[in-house]
Design a protein around this ligand. Structure first.
Ligand code: ADP
Ligand code: MG
Length: 384
């Protein structure tokens, strides 16, 4: 009889299964001959994925997320660097021996097989000591199906399932071998908005229950922020920042990270530091003692504005969007990079908004300064 909840200890050794990337690099020859040079899809990745955690690889399309995943599962060979599963160097280990479960955006189910047969499929070619009896395979498939809550659909064909159900079958098929590492490449992209929300909660639950070290790839910052224990923000093959989602949101290392995280996005202004004050346009909005004079990029989170008569920062009022508890004050400022500044304030304060101008105070913790040239964060203490 099979032990229930075998996923609680997904790998037999029982040792930790952190994943370590050591100077991992992947270059592709450039297809565009005129452009010349290699495409560096993954540039010197050097970090550790902790045992039993869910890590979100996050960045815009083309930043190297899928390449990283394919290096981890062994479908691609690195140009440089190493990969360790626990203490084992798996850099040269073939994909089929890595004990990795993979789920892609397009579920890639076998259309002529039932759900049960699809889930069992990876177990059928286990050989030697790993070989399973028919009953064991059925039991394992049922347990995986229960985990993703499709055990009532075992006799259907993929064409008889919704997109969300098909993706669950794909996840069950990845889990059935009890992988040491689960890799998910944009697994929710083909689902509609409601299903996407629901399925990502499910994924979080499954990961919590199984404790399989999981790498989740997405270009959707909200998705990554909502389910990841840790996010890895990438751009053009370069790692930008690693940390807990909230930590990265609250303490971005550069302008790219600040802009990539958050909805509505952070507001970006061309500004200047002069005599220890931060200026947007002619207005001194905050103090920044010790920061040298010069042009800076000033960013303000939407929740960083406080309506205040005679406040230091003035904007033209465009309109007000009420969304239940919060309201968004949409306004204009000539120094803003975008056509509109978006400030989120509590609905109680709506009566304060009159006329064609609004004035704000800024919350220092929600304002970041960046070097106008390098876009690196300027570390300093801001004061009201
Ligand atoms: P993402 O998954 O983040 O969208 P990818 O990892 O697929 O990005 O791609 C990263 C970069 O590597 C892109 O510039 C892409 O064009 C390039 N690339 C990916 N695979 C190949 C390949 N097989 N040959 C050449 N270039 C590739
Ligand atoms: Mg991709």
């Amino acid at each position: 009889m099979m032990k229930t909840n075998g996923w609680q200890r997904p790998h037999k050794k029982g040792s930790s299964m952190k994943v370590v990337l050591k100077h991992l690099t992947k270059k592709f020859p450039n297809r565009n001959k005129k452009a010349g040079g290699d495409v560096i899809a993954v540039n010197d990745f050097d970090f550790e994925i902790p045992d039993g955690k869910l890590i979100g690889l996050l960045g815009p399309s083309g930043c190297g997320k899928s390449t990283t995943l394919n290096l981890l599962c062994g479908l691609l060979k690195p140009t440089d660097g190493q990969i360790f599963f626990g203490e084992d160097d798996v850099t040269d280990l073939p994909a089929e021996n890595r004990g990795v479960g993979l789920v892609f955006q397009n579920y890639a189910l076998y259309p002529h097989l039932t759900v049960r047969q699809n889930i069992i499929f990876p177990l059928q070619n286990l050989r030697g000591k790993d070989k399973l009896s028919r009953e064991e395979m059925d039991a394992r498939a049922l347990e995986a199906a229960k985990l993703v809550q499709i055990d009532m659909l075992m006799d259907r064909k993929p064409s008889e399932l919704s997109g969300g159900q098909q993706q669950r079958v794909a996840i069950a098929r990845a889990l059935v071998k009890m992988p040491r590492l689960l890799l998910l490449d944009e697994p929710l992209s083909n689902l509609d908005a409601r299903l996407r929300l629901q399925t990502r909660e499910e994924l979080k639950r499954i990961q919590n229950e199984t404790r399989i070290t999981t790498v989740f790839v997405t270009h959707d910052q909200e998705e990554a922020m909502s389910i990841s224990d840790m996010i890895v923000v990438m751009k053009d093959g370069d790692l930008q920042q690693i940390g807990r989602p909230q930590q990265v949101y609250e303490d971005p290392v550069n302008l790219f990270v600040a802009k990539f995280l958050g909805t509505p996005p952070i507001n970006v202004f061309a500004g200047e530091v002069r005599g220890g004050g931060v200026y947007i346009g002619g207005e001194c909005v905050l103090g920044a003692a010790g920061v040298p004079d010069g042009p800076v990029t000033v960013t303000v989170r939407p929740e960083g504005f406080v309506l205040k008569d005679g406040g230091p920062f003035g904007c033209g009022l465009k309109n007000v969007e009420v969304m239940g508890r919060d309201i968004t004050v949409v306004c204009t400022n000539p120094c803003c990079e975008a056509p509109a500044v978006r400030a989120i304030i509590s609905a109680e304060n709506i009566a304060q908004i009159t006329g064609t101008q609004v004035r704000f105070a800024l919350k220092p913790a929600k304002v970041y300064l960046f070097d106008a040239a390098t876009q690196a964060r300027i570390r300093c203490e801001l004061t009201e």
